[in-house]
Design a protein around this ligand. Sequence first.
Ligand code: NAI
Length: 476
Amino acid sequence: MKDRYLDFVNSSFGAGVARSIGLPRPEVLRRHRADQPEFGGMAAIGAGPSPALFDALVDVLHAIGMTSVAHESAHGWLPVANRHGAMSGRFEPHARDSVASDRVQALLFDATGIADSSDLASLYGFFHDALRSVARSGRIIVLGRPPEACANPRAWTAQRALEGMTRSLGKEARGGISSNLLQVAEGADIEATLRFFLSPRSAYVSGQVVRIAAVPVEKPADWTKPLAAKRALVTGAARGIGAAIAAVLAAQGAHVIGLDVAQARDALDQTMLAIEDASPSGGAHAALLADIAAPEAPAEIASALLAMGGIDIVVHNAGITRDKTIAKMAQDAWDSVIDINLSAQERIDDALLAQNVLHEGGRIIGVSSISGIAGNLGQTNYATSKAGVIGRVESMASVLRARGITINAVAPGFIETQMTARIPLAIREAGRRMNSMSQGGQPVDVAETIAWLANPASAGISGNVVRVCGQSLIGA
Ligand code: NAI
């Protein structure tokens, strides 16, 4: 679905009109394109006292070909960069009249050593100096510690305070700049997550807090195909977000099994054909017809996947809405939404786990919704089911840890699909603009976030719910 307003105000004629009458002009977000470099430019580094992640940060920046400049708060950065043979210099705040090419692509702040509220002044110093220096569609990433892992209440308090800072920066930055907080446990590997948040793949993810645990991590041999040799089931793959998930997982090397109902056979075939055309060497994709809510579905899906040799990634994307206020809602509208969006997923996971169809080190990714976080008028059934998806992530993460399986969910905000195209115009416009990016997201934004969670190097991320909502005001 097209956002005509965004196209208009970014056309040469529309931009002039918007400027002269003061209309807001949402940024055309930079998204991943296979024919463009994923990374480049410079990151400005800031830090609180005793930063612990300089070595890890230098390593990743070096690996992805980004250079760095150190703000005065990060005085220990230059020796570390030199030791790793990485190019670095001193940060100079961006002058108001300097050209766009002087700007940095990212601001990275190592807050891991912040252990008292008085240390938070270092954040003020860095972001006060540096916020105006970020390029359009740039990135702000603050790295801290999980608060409850802190040694004392003061450190816990100060680490918790980082959330308010990071989320506010996302609201102030504008220009398609995202701002996210990574809570990194001691010894956790940050590469997959840093790559995702520094890249255009995370274009519509802002205001999020991601927790990374210290677990053994398998790094992909080729970061452009991190899912090579992995098999992924995507439910509801015929169209919309599911089709985008199937395409992105396949582009990253996975063999995709796209599942949808029999009525969607033609659309599913088209989706799977398009994927094969886009990655002709892959070739091992398959279409599976099933109603996930049918009583026989879990056993049938499990045996079909077992016949292929099992599965590494399960994406529970299939979902429906049957909106009505509770007083007017028919019993069937309640039952079918809860069953398809939540109970069917539980039954399928049970079958896949009982027979070890989902391999050790596997990934389960649910698709929740900001309705499941904030609630929504006319969506008691849908919001209940989507909050249940979050409950599943919270309740299953520790159960699955022994098998090295991670479980996470994405919670999309307003995404441009057939589902949102049906919303009445005024409500649609409000949903679309009420976020820090002033626009709806694309199905690919959800798909890229899922691909990052599916990455073998994301083993330390489990029990997280990541909103893909452009930092929507709803449920924030
Ligand atoms: P969509 O309606 O375009 O696609 C859903 C797909 O799931 C369809 O191909 C449909 O045939 C399939 N499906 C439905 N019931 C099924 C069943 N019983 N068995 C197998 N397949 C079934 O929806 P869209 O917009 O692509 O949404 C995908 C997911 O994202 C859903 O879970 C939805 O709740 C969620 N979501 C979407 C948002 C949006 O803005 N579009 C926002 C938040 C969440």
